[in-house]
Design a protein around this ligand. Structure first.
Ligand SMILES: [Cu+2]
Length: 142
């Protein structure tokens, strides 16, 4: 019967441990002297990545504003949706797609190729815009 009694000892030990954890930490509702800390996330992290944008396109009243935007290659545009409806910024040639941008959310995209980039909202295809990407200023050959 030695085996059995050692089993009992093990069970008793496990019970003691379980009781220790559950018994000694009652779910007390009284606030234990918590440090008075208010957690404030950095502003830039509250909205999207905080990535620096060179230009902004507002999406408002089912329109891209401005609908035609000219930038230099390598620049970043931030698209901000201020409609109640979600919108997307979707390239007609499929080279970029924001997926749904919800109300008051933003999406940034960096244009790395020169040329015209006509885009639509995939949800409301009548919404159209174009980003024209020009080479870096003047005779810059990079
Ligand atoms: Cu839309």
């Amino acid at each position: 019967m030695k085996y059995r009694s050692s089993m009992l000892a093990v069970i008793a030990a496990v019970l003691a441990i379980v009781l220790h954890f559950y018994g000694c930490t009652p779910q007390s509702t009284q606030p234990q002297n918590q440090p008075n800390v208010t957690v404030v996330p950095p502003l830039e992290q509250q909205k999207n990545s905080g990535q620096q944008a060179n230009s902004t396109v507002k999406i408002h009243n089912f329109k891209f504003e401005p609908a035609n935007l000219k930038i230099h290659v390598g620049e970043t545009i931030k698209f901000i949706n201020s409609d109640e409806e979600p919108h997307t910024v979707t390239a007609q040639d499929g080279s970029f797609d924001s997926k749904a941008i919800d109300k008051d959310e933003a999406w940034t995209y960096t244009f790395t190729k020169t040329g015209k980039n006509p885009y639509i909202c995939a949800i409301h295809p009548f919404m159209k815009g174009t980003v024209t990407v020009t080479p870096k200023g003047g005779k810059n050959e990079t």
